[in-house]
Every structure is written in structure tokens, then in C-alpha cells.
Design a protein around this ligand. Structure first.
Ligand SMILES: Nc1ncnc2c1ncn2[C@@H]1O[C@H](COP(=O)(O)OP(=O)(O)OP(=O)(O)O)[C@@H](O)[C@H]1O
Ligand SMILES: [Mg+2]
Length: 242
């Protein structure tokens, strides 16, 4: 298994249980969605997976190994988190070239030719390398942010609401790009969003979270999901009628 979250519990100091006995897996090359209302614990789970928060109980295994301080660097080479807010993630004083080169510092073979091939892949013009983040549109910033995370060719990317603030057309472009990366590189994606349409379009399997618990899980069959939990059913009912 690529990623395995096993009986994870998390509460913050205030004492409220934010994650209650979470079990979740992502297989090699799998497209997995995680949906749920605001405050249900999705971002907290992403942070626990990325080792940015420590669970009170439970484990996160990557390629069947617990992540420790000894293998953390190699974990981050194989698993990357992409945040909602691309603007905050990008240092405003750096050019796109500098931003893109930073995650690749340990690799010797990075040159502009490689960067340009990758820019083409995410449909960004080559002259964008000289631009500052403030000179880009929201969609361009999100693509630069995404490109930064995929340059090191991770096996899994955890995307936390990366398309939510973008208009439908750019959303679709980013999602189609994710599909391409998944196909070409067998890159697995854990796609967190409250945009059910986007999640249903992209993912082969979806988990539904409610108040810190995973209440349902379903595989896509004939382009549809079949949830058994009544909350999950209600959530998804609306989108099948639009
Ligand atoms: N650092 C923190 N300290 C204390 N409480 C926190 C912290 N981070 C999150 N919480 C609480 O944990 C709960 C879950 O938050 P989380 O951000 O994981 O939800 P979410 O599902 O990602 O919501 P959204 O869809 O709005 O992004 C919320 O009640 C939130 O107030
Ligand atoms: Mg969140």
C-alpha cells in the first residue's frame, strides 16, 4: 500500500476530537477523494499525513513504513502537499525560475530546458520564468505551485482544496492536468475538496468525512458512486441532478 492511515485520533488543546479513528488508504497510482463539510477535519488529516501534526493515537505508513525523523526527507521526496492558497505558498520576492528551482536543489541535472518542458506540460508560457508571483493570475499561480510539487516526481500528492478558489474553466484545466500526471507517471493523488463535482470527476474512490469521522467510502462504477450512509447520499444526491 502506498499510504495507509491506521486508527488515527487527533485532538487539539481545546480538547475537541478533530479526528476520530480515521482509517484511509491510497494505493499506487490511485485517485482518491476526501470530501466533507467545513470543519470536518480534512485539512487536519492532511497535516497528520504530511507529519505537520502529530496524531494522539494511530499511525501513518508510507510504502508500509512508519515515517520517522530518519526517513522523513525521503518521505517528502515521495509525497508532497499542495495547499489551497498558492499565493501564501510562494515567496513573493522570488521569480518563477527561482521558485521552481528551489525544490530541485539536490538534483544536478536541472536546467531551463527541463523547466521549459515541464512548463509546457502545465500550459504555462516559457517567459513566465522571469515573472514574480504577484504578476501572475490565480490560475497561473496555482499551476506554478503545482509544478513545484511535481518536479521532484513524487509518488503521491495530497491536494487540499487546490481548485476551490479558481473559476470553473481553470479548475477543469488543473484537474485534467492532474489526470494526465496520474496517467503518465502513475502518480497517486489524495484530492481533498468540498467541491463534489470536481472530486467525482477526478477520483475513482471517495471517502466522506463528517465531524472527524469517515462515514462512508465508495468506488466509482459507471461514472457514479454508490454511498450507503444517509449523510453521504444526501451530499451527493444534489450533484447527480445538475
Ligand atoms: N491548530 C488548531 N488548533 C485548534 N483547533 C484546530 C486547529 N486546526 C484546526 N482546528 C479545528 O479542527 C476542526 C477541523 O478543522 P479542519 O481545518 O481540519 O477542517 P476542514 O475539514 O479542513 O474544513 P474546511 O473545509 O473549512 O477547510 C475545526 O473545528 C477547527 O476549528
Ligand atoms: Mg480544510
Amino acid at each position: 500500500m502506498l499510504l495507509q492511515v491506521d486508527h488515527v485520533f487527533k485532538s487539539y488543546r481545546r480538547g475537541q476530537q478533530v479526528l476520530k479513528d480515521i482509517n484511509l488508504t491510497v494505493g499506487n497510482g490511485e485517485l482518491v477523494g476526501l470530501v466533507g463539510e467545513s470543519g470536518s477535519g480534512k485539512s487536519t488529516l492532511a497535516k497528520v499525513i504530511m507529519q505537520l501534526e502529530k496524531p494522539n493515537k494511530g499511525t501513518v505508513l508510507f510504502q508500509n513504513q512508519a515515517i520517522t525523523k530518519h526517513n522523513r526527507t525521503s518521505f517528502y521526496e515521495r509525497c508532497q502537499l499542495i495547499f489551497q492558497n498558492a499565493t501564501a505558498a510562494l515567496n513573493p520576492t522570488w521569480t518563477v525560475r527561482e521558485l521552481l528551482r528551489e525544490p530541485l536543489q539536490h538534483q544536478l541535472s536541472v536546467n531551463d530546458t527541463y523547466l521549459q518542458t515541464m512548463l509546457e506540460k502545465v500550459k504555462l508560457p516559457a517567459d513566465i520564468l522571469l515573472a514574480l508571483p504577484t504578476e501572475l493570475s490565480g490560475g497561473e499561480r496555482q499551476r506554478v505551485n503545482l509544478l513545484r510539487s511535481i518536479l521532484i516526481e513524487p509518488q503521491l500528492i495530497v491536494c487540499d482544496e487546490i481548485v476551490s478558489s479558481l473559476d470553473r474553466l481553470i479548475q477543469r484545466e488543473i484537474i485534467d492536468l492532474l489526470v494526465t500526471l496520474n496517467k503518465e507517471r502513475d502518480m497517486a493523488i489524495l484530492f481533498i475538496s468540498h467541491d463534489l463535482k470536481a472530486v467525482s470527476y477526478l477520483c475513482d474512490r471517495i471517502y466522506v468525512m463528517k465531524a472527524g469521522e469517515i462515514v462512508d467510502e465508495s468506488y466509482k462504477e459507471q461514472n457514479r458512486f454508490a454511498f450507503t450512509d444517509s449523510y453521504a447520499q444526501r451530499l451527493f444526491q444534489a450533484i447527480h441532478h445538475t
